[in-house]
Design a binder for this molecule. Structure first.
Ligand code: BV8
Ligand code: ZN
Length: 261
């Protein structure tokens, strides 16, 4: 099956000195992780903007933890799909000349990087993404700087079961960036530096609505780079893309990166 635009996109990737990749929930859809704005929706008809906020956590920490506990359990059953693996292959092939920036908090790019690197018997680091919105499987304290990399499952059914900080006693929270919260400055700086340096920005599975992450492709374009979009449907970015490839990332990315060589 041919995808219009794929040969042109492959040629641009083949000729690129530096590539920045921006992924969103669409790259994990075929792994079974619900997207934010898709028809599957996320949970009990709550909108992410309602629950993924500091205000929601102050008002009802139990409900927010119930939501994150449900998402963590669901994501724990999900595996990387061919799109994650194709991007890990690209990043390992280019060994530092391809930066993956992800809005996702599901950790599936890390899992794909480890899988592909193990097969190649190389370190996975060049394929590890910049997680601009944090990581759902990690906890951090809502008051001090304590982080828990391997938190126990959270019982979100009662306020008493919520995790508290071993150092200061305040409530722990998922180590993700909520709406209205600033992104980690170093991670964001890394993403924007990669965007400015890239000849090509490959945008995969994002509705391009959430800022500042959604501005990565416009930063590449403003610096003279090309934008290639992979999505099931047109997005607000499509009009600014040099090439728009329509279809599932798990099908398109392996073919695109195979053709790019
Ligand atoms: C900030 C972590 C400033 C949490 C997330 C008004 C009021 C308040 C704020 C704002 C406002 N207007 C603008 C803002 C800023 C706000 C924002 O952009 N809001 C949007 C909604 C308008 N941004 C922020 O608040 C950011 N912070 O600005 O701080 C500041 C500075 C200094 C000091 C104080 C404050 C923080 C934003 C981070 C929010 N956290 N996630 C969690 O996960 O629980 S965002 C959340 O949305 C996810 O990270 C997700 O990745 C992200 C973007 O969504 P997408 O990834 O694009 O997913 P979506 O479902 O939308 O789309 C999926 C796409 O995939 C679709 O296009 C679909 O067609 C496609 N697809 C589906 N299947 C496939 C596919 N494509 C290919 N193949 C498939 N198989
Ligand atoms: Zn603390």
């Amino acid at each position: 099956m041919t995808t219009p635009g794929l040969p042109e996109a492959a040629a641009r990737i083949r000729g690129a000195e530096h590539i920045v990749v921006l992924t969103g929930a669409g790259v994990s859809a075929e792994s079974g992780v619900p997207t934010f704005r898709g028809t599957t929706g996320l949970w009990k008809s709550f909108r992410p903007e309602e629950l993924a906020t500091p205000g929601a956590f102050v008002r009802d920490p139990r409900l927010v933890w119930e939501w994150y506990g449900w998402r963590r359990a669901l994501i724990a059953e999900c595996d990387p799909n061919p799109a994650h693996r194709a991007l890990a292959e690209l990043a390992l092939d280019r060994n530092g000349r391809c930066t993956i920036v992800t809005q996702n908090v599901d950790g599936l790019h890390h899992a794909a990087a480890r899988e592909v690197a193990r097969l190649r018997e190389v370190p996975p680091d060049p394929a590890y993404p910049l997680e601009v919105h944090g990581a759902i499987h990690r906890d951090r304290c809502s008051a001090c700087s304590t982080v828990d990399e391997t938190p126990a499952p959270v019982d979100g059914t009662s306020e008493l079961g919520l995790p508290t900080c071993p150092d200061c006693g305040a409530l722990m929270r998922p180590d993700v960036v909520w709406f209205g919260e600033p992104l980690d400055p170093d991670t964001l700086d890394g993403a924007m530096t990669a965007a400015r340096t890239a000849d090509v920005c490959l945008v995969v599975g994002t509705s391009a609505l959430v800022h500042p992450a959604a501005s990565v492709p416009t930063v590449t374009a403003a610096a003279g780079g090309a934008v290639i979009e992979v999505n099931l449907e047109p997005t607000p970015l499509s009009g600014h893309a040099d090439v728009s490839l329509l279809g599932p990332a798990g099908d398109i990315l392996p073919r695109l990166l195979e053709s790019a060589g």
